[in-house]
Write a protein that binds this ligand. Structure first.
Ligand code: SDX
Length: 436
C-alpha cells in the first residue's frame, strides 16, 4: 500500500499518493490536484517540483553526492573515459570491450561535418560568440540529415552518435574559422578527446603534440560535465523535446539555455571576475562585499547552487585537476592563487555559510581550460560538449517515458480583470497608466 499525504481545505480532506525514489527521496503525486481541489501549485523555477522520474543521474545536494547510473562521479573521473561515460549515460550500463569499440567506431564514422556547412561558419561575424554559432549549427544539422522516422534503435543510435561526434567537430571548426585558420579534420587514429585537441590546436606550420596528461584531463573535465539531472539546460531539452520536435532543435535549445551566466556561462564569468580582481590588485574582499550587498546585482560567479548546499563534488575533482595540469605544464597562473584566496574568504564568511553557498563546478573549470589553451569565449562550448551525452540520454528517456506529456505549466494570473475596450478618441494618457 503506497503512502499518502492529506491536504485539508475548508473542512474537506484530499489525499494524494507519495512516490518514493531509489534513494528514499519522496514526491507528492499531484497530477490530480487541480481536478480534485481546483488548486494549482506555485513554484517559480520549479525548485520544489519534480517534472519526471529518471534513472540517469542521482544528485544529493545535502551530502554532495553525484552518480551517473549509480556510479559515483569520483570513480568515473578516476577510472573511466568520456566516451565510456557517454555510453553509460545513453545505455544505462558500462560497455563491454566490443560495445565500446563499436561505439567509438560509430563516433569516428560520423565525425565529419558536411562540407556545405563550412559556408555557414564563414558567414558569421568574426566576433560571433561560439555558443551562438553552435546552437545555430546544431539546428542546421537537421537539414543535412533525415529526421528520426520509424528507423528504430539503429537509426536512433546513429543520430545520437552523429550529434556527439559532430558537435565536437563543429566546436573546433568554429574556433579555427573565427581565427581565420585552416580547419583541421578529425582523425580516426585519435581518441575522442585527443581528436578535439588536435582539431583545435594543430596547424600546417606547427603540428600539435598530443600530451596524454592533457587528454586525460579533458576526459575528466567532460566526465564531470556529462550530466546533472534536471538542470536548466536539460529541462530546456526535455521541454522543447516534449513538443516532439526533431532532436537537433531540442539540443539547440539546451545549448542556448546553457549559455546563460547563471548556468553554463558561469565558467567564462568566473575567469572574467578573477581577472578583474587581479587587475584591481588581487584582493577578493571588495567582490565578496559586493556579492553580499542586496542592492548590488553582482553575484560571486562559480558560487552557489540550486541543489548543492555543500561542496559540489565536481569542484573538488576540478580543483585537484587544475593543480595537476598547472604543475605538469609548469604554469604559474595568478588567477589560481586568487581563486583559492577567494574560495577561502567566502567559505569563512557568515553570509556564504548561512546561505550554504559553496564553489560549484564552474569555479575552477576555467583555470583548467586556460591552462590547456582554450580561449575564454569557448569555455561554455566546452561545457556544452561535455553535457551533450546527458542531454541526449535525458531526451531519449523523455521520449520513452510512459508518463511523458507536452510541457505546459500553469500560472497564477494577477493582471487586470475584465474591462471594456476604449476607443482611441476617448483615451486619456493618464487613464492608460492608471488602469495597468
Ligand atoms: C551550473 O542546476 C545545475 O545542476 C547546474 C549545473 C549543472 O551541472 O548543470 O550544476 C551547472 O549552472 C552551476 C551554477 C553556475 N552559476 C553560477 O556560478 C552563477 C552564480 N550562482 C548564482 O547565480 C546562484 O547560486 C544560482 C543561480 C546558481 C542558484 O541560485 P538559486 O538556487 O536560484 O538561489 P537563489 O538565487 O534563490 O539564492 C539564494 C540566496 C539569495 O539571497 P537572498 O535573496 O536569500 O537574500 O543566495 C544568494 C541569493 O542572492 N546567492 C548568492 C549567490 N548565489 C545565491 N549571493 C552571492 N553570490 C552568489 N553566487
Amino acid at each position: 500500500m503506497s503512502e499518502k499525504v492529506k491536504l485539508e481545505y475548508n473542512g474537506k480532506i484530499y489525499e494524494f499518493p507519495v512516490i518514493v525514489g531509489t534513494e528514499g527521496e519522496k514526491a507528492i503525486d499531484i497530477r490530480e490536484l487541480r481536478e480534485k481541489t481546483g488548486f494549482i501549485t506555485y513554484d517559480p523555477g520549479l525548485a520544489n517540483t519534480g517534472v519526471c522520474k529518471s534513472s540517469i543521474t542521482y544528485v544529493n545536494g545535502e551530502k554532495g553526492i553525484l552518480r551517473y547510473r549509480g556510479y559515483p562521479i569520483e570513480e568515473l573521473a578516476e577510472k573511466s573515459t568520456f566516451v565510456e561515460t557517454a555510453y553509460l549515460l545513453l545505455n544505462g550500463e558500462l560497455p563491454t570491450k566490443e560495445e565500446l569499440k563499436a561505439f567509438s567506431d560509430k563516433l569516428n564514422d560520423h565525425s565529419l561535418v558536411h562540407e556545405d556547412m563550412r559556408e555557414f561558419f564563414q558567414n558569421f561575424p568574426r566576433r560571433a560568440h561560439p555558443m551562438g554559432i553552435l546552437s545555430s549549427m546544431v539546428t542546421a544539422l537537421r537539414e543535412f540529415y533525415p529526421e528520426l522516422k520509424e528507423g528504430g534503435e539503429e537509426e536512433l543510435n546513429t543520430t545520437l552518435a552523429r550529434l556527439l561526434s559532430k558537435v565536437r567537430t563543429m566546436a573546433a571548426m568554429a574556433y579555427k574559422i573565427s581565427r581565420g585558420h585552416k580547419v583541421i579534420y578529425p582523425r580516426h587514429d585519435l581518441s575522442y578527446c585527443a581528436n578535439f585537441l588536435n582539431m583545435m590546436f594543430d596547424s600546417p606550420v606547427k603540428p600539435y603534440v598530443i600530451d596524454d596528461d592533457i587528454v586525460k584531463g579533458l576526459n575528466i573535465f567532460w566526465i564531470l560535465h556529462a550530466d546533472h539531472e534536471q538542470n536548466c539546460s536539460t529541462a530546456a531539452v526535455r521541454l522543447v523535446g516534449s513538443a516532439k520536435v526533431n532532436i537537433y532543435a531540442a539540443i539547440s535549445a539546451g545549448i542556448s539555455a546553457l549559455w546563460g551566466p547563471l548556468h553554463g556561462g558561469a565558467n567564462q564569468a568566473v575567469i572574467e571576475m578573477l581577472k578583474e580582481i587581479y587587475e584591481n590588485g588581487g584582493d577578493p574582499k571588495p567582490f565578496i562585499e559586493r556579492a553580499k550587498d542586496k542592492n548590488d546585482p553582482f553575484r560571486l560567479m562559480g558560487f552557489g547552487h540550486r541543489i548543492y548546499k555543500t561542496h559540489d563534488p565536481r569542484e573538488k575533482i576540478m580543483k585537484k585537476l587544475c593543480h595537476k595540469i598547472l604543475d605538469k605544464l609548469k604554469i604559474k597562473d595568478p588567477l589560481l592563487d586568487i581563486a583559492r584566496k577567494l574560495e577561502e574568504m567566502a567559505l569563512n564568511d557568515p553570509y556564504f555559510q548561512e546561505k550554504k553557498l559553496y564553489p560549484n563546478v564552474d569555479f575552477y573549470s576555467g583555470i583548467f581550460l586556460r591552462a590547456i589553451g582554450i580561449p575564454e569565449n569557448m569555455f561554455t562550448v566546452m561545457f556544452a560538449i561535455g553535457r551533450l551525452p546527458g542531454w541526449l540520454a535525458q531526451w531519449k528517456e523523455s521520449m520513452e517515458d510512459p508518463d511523458g506529456k507536452l510541457y505546459r505549466p500553469r500560472q497564477v494570473y494577477v493582471g487586470p480583470s475584465k474591462r471594456e475596450y476604449i476607443p482611441i478618441e476617448e483615451r486619456e494618457k493618464s487613464t492608460a497608466t492608471e488602469s495597468t
